[in-house]
Design a binder for this molecule. Structure first.
Ligand code: PEP
Ligand code: MN
Length: 363
């Protein structure tokens, strides 16, 4: 299915039009000094187009820092005047949107908790009707592509054509290396359904820790995203929100200089996107396999404890033979080479045995 969105591209201020649109700045606006210091350092990279800062913070639990509100809009204005950078902030209600416009914010984004609620999105859409503000819509917290598209459509139907989506990953019940499961295939599907819609990645909220941000950013660029929104703070250790995932400006600068822009193979564009789609699916499946494997090993450890408590042999040959036979048969039924399944299961079994032997011997 193709979705019809009326769009004009969000302006990219890069000299090289192939460069991704870069949006960077702190998770939250905390003080004028923090904002100006961060913005000045970001300006020096000469690559960023928009300075972001959260003015109202939607927090999962009450009592956490909820943003400085209107006062922070004044700081965003100062940043714009002092550095010439365009500005961006999150809006979650019509009142937020009206205030942000009053203070001359150039780009508004709808956060993940808000885009999951059609009433809230509609209120925001109604409040910005007739303006030419640019809007980004983050994916809803839950992996629901239709809800994400619906939010984009609501904003678009209010006459907003400077519109893009932000992929920031999805909440997952099971723990993984990432704070939010990227589920790249959903972003890829959005691109397929809305070919003219720019998709921007937010590697900070996917990664959750600063060490993983460059890896996720590169992966997003490899999937041909239009831009990156990254959290950067002049002193992340004392940040009032998302301290673990914010980068120092110098580390952000290093990251963007290190990013590799892949070539577009012009003649074979269709083949390339087909290949990217398959690889995105493969990555997704591999991520799932690793997560499942971690879970399997956790259970193997529990069995190890049980065997230790009851003084039972680690190696239970009958059980192992059963496993091998059952998995090989199942693999064969699904078109897999039984030899391959046998090798894979042997490797997994070996690791379980190692873990259990360690437990048995008191490690
Ligand atoms: C943010 O960008 O700081 C934010 C709150 O993000 P999200 O809505 O993706 O959680
Ligand atoms: Mn944040």
């Amino acid at each position: 299915m193709k979705v019809d969105l009326t769009l004009s591209h969000i302006e990219n201020h890069m000299e090289n039009p192939r460069w991704p649109l870069l949006i960077a700045g702190p998770c939250s606006a905390e003080s004028e000094a923090q904002m100006l210091d961060t913005a000045r350092q970001l300006k020096e990279t000469k690559r960023i187009s928009f300075f972001r800062a959260g003015v109202w913070k939607p927090r999962t639990r009450p009592g956490a820092f909820e943003g400085m509100g209107e006062e922070a809009l004044k700081w965003l204005k100062v940043v714009k005047e002092e550095t010439g950078l365009h500005t961006a902030c999150e809006v979650a209600t019509a009142e937020h949107a009206e205030l942000a416009l009053k203070y001359g914010v150039d780009l508004l984004w709808v956060g993940a908790r808000t885009s999951a609620n059609p009433f809230s999105v509609q209120d925001i859409a109604d409040s910005i009707k007739g303006t030419s503000v640019a809007v980004l819509v983050k994916n809803p917290v839950n992996p629901d592509l239709q809800l994400w598209i619906g939010a984009l459509e609501r904003i678009n139907r209010a006459g907003i054509t400077s519109l893009a989506a932000i992929h920031r990953g999805f909440s997952a019940f099971e723990k993984s290396a990432f704070r939010n499961a990227p589920m790249w295939s959903i972003a890829i599907e959005l691109k397929a359904m809305c070919p003219d819609l720019p998709v921007i990645c937010d590697p900070s909220h996917i990664a959750g820790v600063r060490e993983l941000v460059p890896l996720v950013a590169q992966k997003a660029l490899d999937l041909d995203v239009h831009g990156l929104m990254v959290e950067v703070h002049n002193n992340p250790c004392i940040a009032k929100s998302d301290a673990a995932q914010q980068l120092l400006p110098k580390d952000y600068a290093q990251m963007i200089y290190d990013l590799q822009l892949r070539e577009i193979a012009p003649v074979k564009a269709e083949l390339r996107s087909e290949l990217d789609t398959y690889r995105g699916e493969i990555d997704q499946l591999d991520d799932t396999m690793i997560e499942r494997m971690a879970k399997r090993m956790e259970i193997a450890k529990k069995i190890g404890c049980y065997k230790k408590d009851n003084n039972i042999l680690v190696l239970q040959l009958n059980r192992w033979e059963q496993i091998l036979e059952r998995r090989a048969n199942m693999g064969a039924a699904m078109g897999l080479n039984p030899e391959f399944v046998k090798k894979m299961m042997t490797l997994i079994h070996e690791e379980s045995i190692n873990l259990q032997t360690e437990i048995m011997n008191g490690k």
